[in-house]
Design a binder for this molecule. Sequence first.
Ligand SMILES: NC(=O)c1ccc[n+]([C@@H]2O[C@H](COP(=O)([O-])OP(=O)(O)OC[C@H]3O[C@@H](n4cnc5c(N)ncnc54)[C@H](OP(=O)(O)O)[C@@H]3O)[C@@H](O)[C@H]2O)c1
Length: 318
Amino acid sequence: MIRIGIVGTSSISERFAEAVGVVDGVEVSRVASRDAQRAREFAEKVGAAGIAVGLEELLAVDDVDAVYLASPNSAHVAQTQTALDAGIPVLVEKPATLTAPQWEELVGRAAARGVVLLEAMRSAYDPGIAAVAGLLPRLGTVRRVSLRYEKRSARYDHVLAGEQTNIFDPALGGSALRDLGVYPLHALVQLFGVPRTVQGVRVGIASGTDGLGSALATYDGFVADIAWSKITDTGLSSEIQGEEGSLRIDAIDAPRSLALTPHGASAEAIRVEAPENVMVGEVERLRDAIHGADIRADQDRTTATLRLVDALLAEPLR
Ligand SMILES: NC(=O)c1ccc[n+]([C@@H]2O[C@H](COP(=O)([O-])OP(=O)(O)OC[C@H]3O[C@@H](n4cnc5c(N)ncnc54)[C@H](OP(=O)(O)O)[C@@H]3O)[C@@H](O)[C@H]2O)c1
């Protein structure tokens, strides 16, 4: 049994604990918060036996075999370094780091110590992405890829009220690109490899970070447009267009409802069967990695995605 310690007590940690609960061979043994009372309350909520105040305390106990880090983006690097240096495998929330070089340093550090390091990019392990990949041959030569994740966040209301909030706070690595844009970018890399070029526009909001944006990525023979937003909603789907057919995808982070329309024919609806909890796949991947699965390709996809993010962040806010 792999005993997992959770760092962070927000709703995503709760969802992660639920996912651990339905995966064989893993359990949540302990939860860590910066505050003891919050840790106790969260441990009770998710049924964890123990608590810790802070990461160092979590790493000092002997009932934690791996950690899941669900802290604000700006805390990921230091926490990951600390855990790796203690020889503890890490599953760190997306985006794993603020820059690609930071991630490459962590990957090197993990390799040098022989410790597992994985980004919690849940879409990468989602059966919906595998289903999309399996349908690509039916589209013929791909010519256009249009992937999007646009969802207005309730926390944007805080920004509109003149308050700072973590997910939109540049000091904490907050950004719509880093929060939601990484899903279509990672899916792009996973499905089609690293693009030749990427250019983009990020639209700024009062908190000092991007609220939405678009990117154009090029490949030999086709183009990809990527859209992300945490300040607007959309009625649009993602889509992949090939010369022999097109594929509509309801949600690129967790595809469930697909529609394949062969050229000149009517659409075929495809339903993707998947666990209810979208984090199950990454928990299984962590477990398998700890048991020896080769995760170098997973790490390389994170590197490639973060390089795209770096390129897009280099552009000034509009
Ligand atoms: N996979 C997904 O679907 C998904 C969904 C949402 C978020 N995420 C990712 O999960 C991570 C956390 O996001 P979130 O929105 O949950 O963040 P958050 O609410 O701002 O922070 C998460 C936890 O980190 C701790 N924390 C808060 N501020 C901190 C600080 N300044 N320094 C250190 N720890 C701090 C808090 O726990 P304590 O106060 O108990 O220490 C808090 O519960 C991000 O990387 C985000 O991208 C992933």
